[in-house]
Design a protein around this ligand. Structure first.
Ligand SMILES: [Zn+2]
Length: 255
């Protein structure tokens, strides 16, 4: 496939900046069950309401040097990073997949996964608005041309959620404590809606390997809870982009 015109990629990146700005609000407010629209964005310390020119993605954070315009309170670098990452997702998806339904699925799925990874990492919470909202979005978008089909998407939801649910039940029986949160189950259902049932298994495989590599060394020293959602989110994104290639390579190697 020939890459799309450069201006489309740039436009997608700019849209991604705006979406990232919205994701920042969602990341902050959804875990606390707050409204996404009210009140308007304000400084948590002095309460000053942001003017429109304090709300320009990345640019405002840079011109304000990462501080509140009213009281000088530090503004987390997480804000511009999420905005840039989302812009990268959008520009990269349009560059790689063109102006196609596949690119639309890519930006929706990966924008949600980015937000999930951060809420899970910060607060061990995966808001239903993101996971279940993603299930609905994935099922709806499966009616677009391409894979997965609506049936494939639905099976992906059932397998993704189902496998983790079984693991959770077994884990609870064996260890007497919740090994797997309900949020992870709903997250895997969402990933399944976008990548189908084979993709969910690959996602779990990648997620488990990454979680083991990163968290076993940390866990030996401190008994820190594993935000497994982060690794599932990364596994899901990798599967969306390279899943077919990986499964093909794996099956050929062992056939
Ligand atoms: Zn302030």
């Amino acid at each position: 496939m020939t890459p799309p015109p450069t201006q489309w990629v740039i436009l997608a990146g700019l849209l991604g900046l705006l979406v990232g700005s919205f994701l920042n609000v969602a990341i902050l407010r959804l875990p606390a069950d707050m409204s996404l629209v009210r009140p308007r964005s304000h400084c948590p310390r002095c309460g000053g309401t942001l003017k429109w020119y304090h709300n320009i993605p990345v640019v405002s954070w840079l011109t304000l040097r990462g501080r509140c315009a009213f009281c000088g309170e530090r503004i987390s670098v997480q804000y511009p990073i999420v905005e840039l990452a989302t812009a990268g997702i959008w520009a990269g998806s349009v560059y790689a997949f063109g102006f196609t339904p596949h690119a639309a699925q890519a930006v929706v799925m990966m924008s949600i996964l980015l937000a999930v990874a951060i809420t899970d990492g910060r607060e061990y919470v995966i808001p239903d608005e993101l996971s279940l909202g993603g299930v609905i979005a994935g099922l709806a978008m499966s009616f677009l041309p391409g894979t997965p089909t609506p049936v494939g998407s639905l099976i992906g939801v059932l397998v993704g959620g189902g496998v983790l649910w079984v693991i959770a039940v077994i884990g609870t029986k064996m260890f007497g404590e919740d090994a797997m949160g309900g949020g992870d189950i709903k997250l895997m259902a969402m990933i399944g809606a976008f990548v189908g049932w084979q993709g969910t298994l690959l996602t779990l495989f990648i997620g488990a390997i990454l979680a083991t590599i990163v968290f076993v060394p940390i866990n030996l020293r401190s008994k820190k809870l594993v935000p497994f959602g982060i690794f599932l989110a990364i596994g899901g994104a990798v599967t969306f982009v390279w899943g077919e290639w990986l499964l093909d390579w794996y099956l050929r190697g062992f056939a």
